[in-house]
Write a protein that binds this ligand. Structure first.
Ligand SMILES: Cc1cc2nc3c(=O)[nH]c(=O)nc-3n(C[C@H](O)[C@H](O)[C@H](O)COP(=O)(O)OP(=O)(O)OC[C@H]3O[C@@H](n4cnc5c(N)ncnc54)[C@H](O)[C@@H]3O)c2cc1C
Length: 490
C-alpha cells in the first residue's frame, strides 16, 4: 500500500522537515497544528522511516520492521501530539521470555514482576532491588555522571553475570547500548519500559502511519515523497532553504530527521560550521546495526504460543562483542500472532528474528559471499527456532533476511545504524542551531532519543525549539515593522 499524500510544494515555508521518521513526522504534526506552514520531504516512497512494513508473496504477507515493542510512554505521546484514535490502538505485550545457559524465565516486563524475579529467582535482597530501581529512575540527562552500565551493575549486583544479562539483554536489543556505554543511556530506557511493560500498535505499522498521514494532511502539512534532499542552503550562517528538483524552496527553519552525520557533512557541509564543532562532530560514533530474518507462516497453519518477545542466547554470559559478532549467539524472536492485525481476513502468524551486528562484517563481502552468508544466517536462525517450535520448517511459507546493508539502503542511515549515534551525538544534535541559525535536527541519536518513543519525543522537543525560534523571529519582525510605521508617522 503506497499512502497517497498531497505532493504539494510551495515557494516558501516556516519550516522544511527533511525525513519522515517518527521524529520528523511528530515535529511536522505539532508545527502544522500550531498553524505553521510546513513542508515534509521524504526520500522514500513511504512515510515512517524505520517505522515501516513491506509485503511479500504478491501481498499475501505483510511484515513489520520495527514493531517489536516500545514503552507505555508512546501512548501518552500519541494522545498528546497525534490523536486519541492512534493512542487507543497501543496495547501491551504481556509475555516476554528469556532462554539462555544461565536461566529460563517468563516475565510481564514490569517493575512489579522484575522486582519479584530479582528477589525470588535471582535471590537479591528486596532493599537492593528497591535501591537499584530508585537509582536508575532518578538518573537525569543533565547529571553528567561518568558511570558506565558495567559500573552500575557492579554497584548493585557485583559479580552477578546472570543479573546483568537479565537487565541488559532487552535494552541492548531496544537501543543497541552496551556495557561500555554511559549508564544514563540504560537508566532512562530501562525505567521507561519498567513503568508498565512493553507495548505494540494493534493493526500494524501501516495502519499507524496511515492514521498519522491523515492527521498531517488535516493539519495542512505539505508532503513531498520520493525526494532526497542533497543540499541545505546556508547563507551568512543562517539556513535559507533546500533545493528540490533544482529549485530553491526557502524556509525560516530547516529540521533534519536524516542521519546526524549526513546532515552535517553531506547536506549542509563542514565548511559552514566552526572547526571546533566539526572536530566534535567527527568524533561522534554511529551506533551498531542489525540483521533480521523474516518468516511468514503458511495460511491456515498456526504456531503454538511461545511468547511475544523471546530473548535467546547460547553464549555462556552476556558479552557485548559476542552480541555483535557475525557468528551469532544471541537472537530475539518477535512473534506476531493474528491479533496483531485483527483486521486481516485470514489469521496470520509471523516471526521476526533480530540480531545486533557490525556493518563492516557485511559491507565488505562480494556478492556471492553476501548471498551465502544470508543463507547461513537463515539456516542458523531456523535451527535456533526449532528448539521452541520443532516443526517450524514445515510451517514456513516465506523466509528472507535483511542485513546492515539493507538497513542502510532503505533508511539512508550511514553504516546501517539502527539506533542513530552513540551518546556524544546528542550534544551535537541539540546544538546545530547555535552554529547555523534556523538549523535543527531530530531523530535517533545519543541512544536515549532512539526507538519509537525516543524518536517521537525528540521530535516534540525539537519542534518546541523551532516554534520558539519562529516566535522570536516574528517578535523581532513585528518590532521592526512597528518602528518603521512610527518612523513614517513621525
Ligand atoms: C530492524 C529494526 C528494528 C527496530 N525495532 C524497534 C522496536 O521494536 N521498538 C522501537 O521502539 N524501536 C525499534 N527500532 C528503532 C526505531 O525504529 C528507530 O529508532 C526510529 O523509528 C527512528 O526514527 P527517526 O525519527 O530517527 O527516523 P528514521 O526512522 O531514521 O527515518 C528517517 C527518515 O528520513 C529520511 N531521509 C533521510 N535522509 C533524507 C534526505 N536527505 N532527504 C529526504 N529524506 C531523508 C529517510 O528516508 C527516513 O524515512 C528498530 C530499528 C530497526 C532498524
Amino acid at each position: 500500500m503506497l499512502l497517497k499524500t498531497n505532493e504539494k510544494v510551495q515557494g516558501h515555508y516556516d519550516v522544511i522537515i527533511i525525513g519522515s521518521g517518527l521524529a520528523g513526522l511528530t515535529a511536522a504534526n505539532i508545527l502544522g497544528r500550531h498553524g505553521r506552514k510546513v513542508l515534509l520531504v521524504e526520500a522514500h516512497n513511504k512515510l515512517g522511516g524505520f517505522a515501516t512494513w513491506f509485503y511479500r508473496s504478491n501481498k499475501k504477507y505483510i511484515f513489520d520492521v520495527s514493531l517489536h515493542g516500545f514503552p507505555i510512554g508512546m501512548k501518552k505521546t500519541c494522545r498528546k501530539y497525534w490523536n486519541i484514535d492512534i493512542a487507543n490502538k497501543i496495547i501491551q505485550l504481556k509475555d516476554v521470555r528469556f532462554a539462555n545457559p544461565q536461566f529460563k524465565l517468563q516475565t510481564e516486563f514490569t517493575r512489579v514482576d522484575f522486582t519479584q524475579k530479582l528477589i525470588e529467582h535471582f535471590g537479591v535482597p528486596a532493599e537492593t532491588v528497591e535501591a537499584f530501581f530508585n537509582f536508575v529512575r532518578e538518573m537525569n540527562f543533565y547529571d553528567n555522571n561518568q558511570m558506565t552500565n558495567h559500573d552500575l551493575f557492579e554497584k548493585f549486583f557485583p559479580g552477578r553475570t546472570d543479573i546483568v544479562r537479565f537487565l541488559m539483554e532487552p535494552i541492548t536489543y531496544a537501543n543497541g547500548s552496551t556495557l561500555e556505554d554511559p549508564a544514563i543511556t540504560y537508566g532512562i530506557v530501562f525505567s521507561n519500559f519498567m513503568s508498565q511493560g512493553v507495548y505494540t500498535f494493534q493493526g500494524g505499522t501501516d495502519l499507524m502511519i496511515k492514521m498519522m498521514r491523515d492527521e498531517l494532511l488535516q493539519n495542512s502539512v505539505d508532503i513531498k515523497m520520493q525526494t532526497k534532499i542533497e543540499k541545505v542552503v546556508v547563507e551568512n550562517k543562517a539556513v535559507k532553504g533546500v533545493i528540490i528538483e533544482g529549485e530553491l524552496i526557502t524556509a525560516k527553519a530547516v529540521l533534519s530527521n536524516g542521519n546526524l552525520l549526513s546532515t552535517i557533512f553531506q547536506m549542509v557541509g563542514a565548511d559552514h560550521f566552526s572547526s571546533e564543532f566539526v572536530t566534535k562532530a567527527k568524533a561522534v560514533r554511529l551506533n551498531s546495526s542489525s540483521c533480521q530474518v523474516y518468516m511468514a507462516i503458511k495460511e491456515n497453519e498456526s504456531i503454538p504460543h511461545i511468547g511475544d518477545l523471546v530473548f535467546t542466547s547460547t553464549a555462556p554470559t552476556f558479552n557485548t562483542e559476542e552480541l555483535l559478532a557475525k557468528k551469532v549467539t544471541s537472537r530475539t524472536f518477535s512473534v506476531y500472532y493474528p491479533d496483531t492485525r485483527p483486521q486481516e481476513a485470514t489469521p496470520k502468524y509471523y516471526i521476526v528474528s533480530s540480531t545486533n551486528s557490525h556493518y563492516a562484517d557485511w559491507a565488505t563481502m562480494d556478492e556471492a559471499t553476501y548471498q551465502t552468508e544470508k543463507e547461513l544466517l537463515i539456516e542458523d536462525t531456523l535451527k535456533s527456532l526449532e528448539k521452541f517450535i520443532p516443526d517450524i520448517r514445515a510451517k514456513i511459507d516465506f523466509i528472507d533476511c535483511a542485513t546492515p546493508c539493507t538497513v542502510e539502503r532503505y533508511t539512508l542511515h550511514q553504516k546501517g545504524a539502527s539506533f542513530g549515534t552513540k551518546f556524544e551525538g546528542l550534544d551535537i544534535s541539540m546544538n546545530l542551531q547555535k552554529e547555523i541559525t534556523g538549523l535543527y535536527h531530530a531523530g535517533s541519536v545519543g541512544i536515549i532519543m532512539s526507538g519509537w518513543l525516543g524518536a517521537a519525543n525528540y521530535g516534540v522537543i525539537q519542534s518546541n525549539q523551532v516554534e520558539s525560534y519562529l516566535y522570536q523571529l516574528e517578535k523581532a519582525q513585528n518590532f521592526m515593522n512597528q518602528n518603521a510605521q512610527e518612523d513614517q508617522h513621525a
